[in-house]
Design a protein around this ligand. Structure first.
Ligand code: TMP
Length: 220
């Protein structure tokens, strides 16, 4: 469905995700982006994965607790279980209500982390992603690119040594980045790569410009 807004055509039910390696600033940037939409009078919801709703936030605590030793397949199922609940409780209802959903991480993270970095079968992950989401893919994905060594330092400093995933090796996080870049090469229309700038404001401007140029119907 399309409505007219500020002389632009606005596509309702727009689903935009933010991805990036640790310390890329995607949580800050996705929140700022959602606030920007709201200031323009657009109904928008900010949420995150893993988490976003009661059960999924409980799963998040298990997944990120550095004290937990979790087998790769268990980890995959926990991320997908969290996603299925999140879709059911938050994302699908918001999209059905005509809102724009801004989500901090989504299915591409599972491809990058559990697929490229953990080495699980990517075809199986795609199948599980499809089941967990009911085949609702993001309309647009902003991938914030940062050198893993730089991002990890930042993340660990902010998060007091880091969560269970932050504590993985640098080589693990380099594989995550390779996974994201491969996903972006595979779907260049949906996944837009943005190199993180020196300041939060500069990166936010790059994001707004990218969304505007993507011409997917968001009036920015
Ligand atoms: P974050 O809120 O700092 O992004 O923490 C979430 C962590 O979970 C981050 O290290 C990425 C990881 N993750 C996966 O490994 N697979 C997934 O499917 C998702 C959504 C996140």
């Amino acid at each position: 469905m399309r409505i007219c807004y500020n002389q632009c055509t606005v596509k309702k039910n727009f689903f935009i995700t933010f991805e990036g390696c640790e310390g890329s600033g995607k949580s800050t940037q996705s929140l700022l982006f959602c606030t920007h939409l709201k200031r323009m009078g657009i109904a928008a919801v900010h949420t995150r994965e893993p988490g976003g709703t009661g059960v999924a936030e409980s799963i998040r605590k298990i997944l990120l607790n550095p004290k937990n030793s979790i087998a790769p397949v268990t980890e995959l199922f926990l991320y997908e279980a969290s996603r299925a609940q999140h879709m059911h409780d938050i994302i699908l209802p918001a999209l059905s209500a005509g809102k724009i959903v801004v989500c901090d991480r989504f299915t591409d993270a599972t491809i990058a982390y559990q697929g490229y970095a953990r080495g699980l079968d990517i075809a199986i992950i795609r199948r599980l992603n499809a089941i967990a989401t009911g085949n609702r893919a993001p309309d647009l994905t902003i991938y914030l690119d940062i050198a893993p060594a730089k991002g990890l330092l930042k993340a660990k400093a902010i998060k007091n040594g880091g969560d269970r995933l932050d504590r993985e090796t640098l080589s693990f996080h380099r594989k995550v980045r390779r996974g994201y870049l491969a996903a972006a090469r595979g779907e260049p229309q949906r996944i837009r790569i943005i190199k993180t700038a020196e300041t939060i404001e500069e990166t936010q401007s790059l994001i707004i410009e990218t969304v505007r140029n993507a011409k997917r119907g968001i009036p920015l």
